[in-house]
Every structure is written in C-alpha cells, then in structure tokens.
Design a binder for this molecule. Structure first.
Ligand code: OOG
Length: 255
C-alpha cells in the first residue's frame, strides 16, 4: 500500500506540473482519509524537493455553498506554496492550469506560531492581519469531479492565490459582504458569515487540524479560510476581482 500511495503522489504531482488531468485514484485503489493526507504530504514533498516552500495552509469546504457545489460535506485542508502566489492586479496564464476556477476568500497572516488548538477568543491574538483574497483552484481530476479522499490527496485543488490589502482590524469580519466580479459583472455574492459562521473559526479549525497532525505553523504563515461562495470557471481574457466590504478588493486578469 505504501508503494501505491507514493505512486499516486507522483501522478498527482506530475498532473499539476504538466497541467494534464488524471482519473480519480480512489475508485481503483481505495484509500482512507488518513492515507489521503499521507499522499498529500508526499506529493507536496515533491514540490519542496524542487525548491518550492510552504507559505501556509488553506481550508476547504468551510461554506455550505462550496459543499453543495462539489457534493462534499467535510472540511478539508491543504498547503500553499510560494509558487502559487500571484500578483494582485497581475496576469495569470491559463496554460499553466487544467480547468481553473476562482473563488473569494478571507486570508489571514499569523503573528505567532500556532502550536496548539486555539479557541475563537484566542485566535485574533495569533494573527497579524487579514486581507481579501482570490483563490484559484484547479482539480487535477478529469471533469473537476472527486471524492473526499481524492480531493484531499490532490492538496485540495490548490493552484494559486492573490492577496489584497492587509488590515489589522478583525472587528468587521463577522458579516462582511463578499462580491466576485468577472469582467465588471457581479457573478457571486455572499457574506463572510458563510465561512463557518465567522472566518475566525477557520483559525480554530486550522489550529486543531495542525495539532492533530502534530505540526506547528510558523509566525508569518498565511491561512486561507475557505471560499464564501461557489467557484466560477476562468476563461482567457477575463478580469476577476473579489471585494470584501470594509476590507477592499483584489484581482487579476487571465491571459
Ligand atoms: C476543493 C477545494 C475547496 C474551498 O475554499 O472550499 C476550497 C475544490 O472545490 O476543488 O478550496
């Protein structure tokens, strides 16, 4: 089995690097959720081996809209690397992705290392700032279809992110309006409350998941709280922006 897990990690790593979709693995080589995280870790190691470095973590399926869109109902988490960071206001190259989608996010940066489970009251004290963000997800599976185990193995579809202006004020986060505009038209609307009831709960969840995995997240790490709305497909020539009321906006154009 150990060998199978490494084979899947290799195949997912290659699929991501070459932007070629693969079929789901769990249908012919069933693996548990725990093994899915081992595959995730092994495939991320391939990236670290070529010089990428971790810049933080992301949570997935923290909102009802995302769970319904993808037919998955458990919170998941994966890793963000420096190679995924795109410039706010810059261009992203469609060729680098298989079938990318975009979604609005709240991004935190940590002030202190997170090395134990935190309560919601403690969470803000561990944070330096918060920003509106856009995530680019790109499932490595054909037709963007997966089981919970497959998507976890695939590092939760992580592919890119753009982070907007930082703010140190966490007080407006409980129910801030979220807008996704594509080519100037509003395509998705929502509230930050859709993220686990309050985006700070994502810090609580991340701290619990990290502790369960016996990992410490260093100060200065990013934590993406999970999309507040369903995702939108990206097309060549489009302009995408995300606005979080009271926190500003950020975005990119697609080449
Ligand atoms: C999985 C990633 C989900 C989120 O914010 O809910 C996610 C996917 O939908 O492909 O990033």
């Amino acid at each position: 089995m150990q060998q199978d897990l490494h084979k899947i990690a290799d195949a997912l790593d290659l699929a991501a690097r070459s932007a070629n979709a693969v079929s789901q693995f769990s249908s012919h080589t069933p693996f548990s959720l725990e093994q899915a995280y081992l595959i995730q870790r092994a495939s991320m190691q391939r990236r670290y081996d070529i010089g990428e470095r971790s810049i933080g973590v992301k949570l997935g399926f923290t909102s009802r809209a995302k769970m319904v869109q993808m037919g998955v109902d458990s919170l998941i988490w994966g890793w963000l690397t420096n190679a995924m960071l795109e410039e706010d206001g810059g261009f992203i190259d469609l060729q680098r992705y298989i079938h990318p989608r975009t979604e609005p996010e709240v991004c935190f940066i940590t002030r202190k290392a997170i090395d134990r489970p935190l309560t919601q009251l403690e969470a803000a004290d561990y944070l330096e700032a918060v920003a509106p963000a856009v995530e680019i997800i790109d499932s490595r599976y054909q037709n963007f279809k997966f089981t919970l185990e497959d998507v976890v193995a695939d590092n939760c579809s992580s592919a890119g992110l753009v982070v907007g202006p930082w703010s140190r004020d966490f007080s407006g986060l409980s129910n801030a309006g979220v807008l996704v505009r594509i080519d100037g038209r509003v395509r998705q609307t929502g509230s930050t409350a859709a993220i686990l009831g309050h985006p700070l709960r994502s810090i609580v969840q991340a701290s619990q998941l990290l502790s369960a995995a016996e990992l410490c997240l260093p100060a200065g790490s990013l934590i993406m709280a999970g999309a507040a709305t369903a995702a939108e497909a990206l097309h060549a020539g489009s302009h995408v922006s995300v606005e979080i009321a009271g926190y500003g906006e950020c975005g990119f154009s697609v080449k």
